[in-house]
Design a protein around this ligand. Structure first.
Ligand code: CDP
Length: 224
């Protein structure tokens, strides 16, 4: 069976990472979490004290930066930053960093290189629209804001995340980030014209993976 490329986009907390990772595992594909790359750049900028609203300073700092994903690990200039990516501090400003064209150029280049061989499930905000416009299967995964906040809350508790945010606070943070991601000029969050829409508010992760696996199989049967 021919290895295809699968793009999954959608708002924060829709379950993209969970579902994309499980789908990749089921298909024997590589999973690439592009959000983790934006988070890694954000963490690095915070660590080195760059003023995030200073476009010139940000672009100077990311010039020559090496961001790599290997399995579930993310590194910046060879140093493993995986443990620092999902803090409240990073989540609060990652959308500001992701709006800079210089940041996107750096990461999109790396993302395209990783997808070249096929056999990849990539999730993010602009995968179907910008990074991999030729992906054979594109999915726009969404869920109600209420459900997304609840999922993120449960996820944080399970991971004993460094954040102790309450449900309402999380919902507000998620909606703020969605707004920022949808309204930015470069590569805004939106459904690609040829993407299949799936609202999984009423579905479990396993059910969602099942639907995507069926879609992937349909596509594979038509690709030669
Ligand atoms: O996991 P969650 O849905 O909270 O977000 P994420 O996938 O880790 O992405 C974090 C942030 O990175 C998003 O809110 C976007 O601002 C940015 N991002 C992006 O701009 N483009 C992508 N392809 C992936 C993430």
């Amino acid at each position: 069976m021919k290895a295809i490329t699968i793009a999954i986009d959608g708002p924060a907390g829709a379950g993209k990472s969970t579902v994309a990772a499980a789908l990749a595992e089921r298909l024997g594909y590589v999973y690439i979490d592009t959000g983790a790359m934006y988070r890694a750049v954000t963490y690095e900028l915070q660590r080195t004290g760059v003023i995030l609203t200073d476009a010139q300073a940000v672009c100077r700092a990311v010039d020559g930066l090496t961001v790599r994903i290997s399995g579930a690990r993310v590194s910046v200039n060879g140093g493993d930053v995986t443990a620092f990516l999902r803090t409240k501090e990073v989540s609060a400003v990652v959308s500001t960093v992701a709006a800079y064209p210089c940041v996107r150029r750096l990461l999109v280049q790396e993302q395209r290189a990783m997808a070249q061989t096929g056999g990849v499930v990539m999730d993010g905000r602009d995968i179907g629209t910008v990074v991999l416009p030729d992906a054979q299967l594109k999915v726009f995964l969404t869920a109600s804001a209420e459900v997304r906040a609840r999922r993120r809350w449960a996820q944080n508790r399970k991971a004993q995340a460094l954040t102790r945010a309450g449900l309402e606070e999380l919902k507000e943070a998620i909606l703020r980030r969605d707004r920022q991601d949808s309204e930015r000029e470069v590569s805004p969050l939106r459904q690609a014209g040829d993407a299949r829409l799936l609202d999984n508010s009423e579905m479990t992760a396993a059910e969602t993976v099942g639907v995507l696996a069926d879609w992937a199989e349909q596509v594979m049967n038509h690709v030669h």
